[in-house]
Write a protein that binds this ligand. Structure first.
Ligand code: G3P
Length: 219
């Protein structure tokens, strides 16, 4: 399972990269705005800065919702670095744009996916990744993980190459459950990744080992 971090914060991206388990980064316009990155040039420079830190795919989202504009924007993003994956919303023009990018060898991430039908369409169009938003489905009292399960079944039935990128991951249980179901990738916040480290028996066991060592070395 690949681990992506879902942020545009360079410090957090560096921390995850230093941990040695990072396979990529996803961003979106809200995450870029959260870091105060505005204006076309600053946005492009920020994507370049992210690409310089990580050894994997970096999703950069188009703002346009019209086919021609998406193509222009996506091609400019893809030129920034080989790591760039053009993130495209699941709308009619988005599906057409994904098809275009796939014929040009430009990697894509189809975002804002909330149903298996949308995921099927994204795979048919040749998306590299499809991003079902599991946390947002849970937020409206539906089952985000059930959607991952459905997409896994459909993609396996037809051996689609599109990778399931579980997005809107909120906590470590989401990560574990996605791993059990067979999501290819998960993207989540640094806190959810770091929470996988934690177990109270690890902490108490380590404290005991260190104190026994200390006592023994004083004898
Ligand atoms: O990048 C898309 C997705 O991961 C957003 O997550 O937490 O805003 O629902 P969230």
């Amino acid at each position: 399972m690949k681990f992506f971090i879902d942020t545009a914060n360079l410090e957090q991206i560096k921390e995850a990269q230093d941990l040695g388990v990072l396979d990529g980064v996803t961003t979106n316009p809200s995450l870029m705005a959260k870091e105060g990155i505005t204006g076309e040039e600053n946005i492009l420079n920020h994507y370049k800065a992210i690409c310089d830190i990580v050894d994997g795919d970096v999703s950069a989202e188009v703002i346009s919702t019209n086919y021609e504009e998406m193509i222009k924007e996506g091609e400019a993003l893809a030129k920034l670095d080989d790591k760039i994956v053009v993130k495209v919303p699941m709308i009619k023009d988005g599906v057409k744009a994904i098809k275009y990018f796939s014929t040009k060898g430009i990697k894509t991430n189809c975002t804002l996916v909330f149903s298996a039908g949308q995921a099927l369409l994204a795979a048919k169009a040749g998306a590299t990744y499809v991003s079902p938003f599991i946390g947002r489905l849970d937020d409206i009292s539906t089952d985000g993980l059930a959607l991952i399960d459905e997409i896994r079944l459909i993609y396996d039935n037809y051996a689609f190459d599109t990778q399931i990128l579980a997005a809107s991951v909120r906590h470590s249980a989401h990560i574990l459950n996605c791993a059990k179901i067979g999501a290819d990738v998960m993207t989540g916040p640094l806190a959810a990744i770091l929470a996988l480290l934690k177990h109270p028996l690890t902490d108490s066991g380590l404290a005991q080992f260190l104190s026994d060592h200390e006592k023994a070395s004083k004898k």
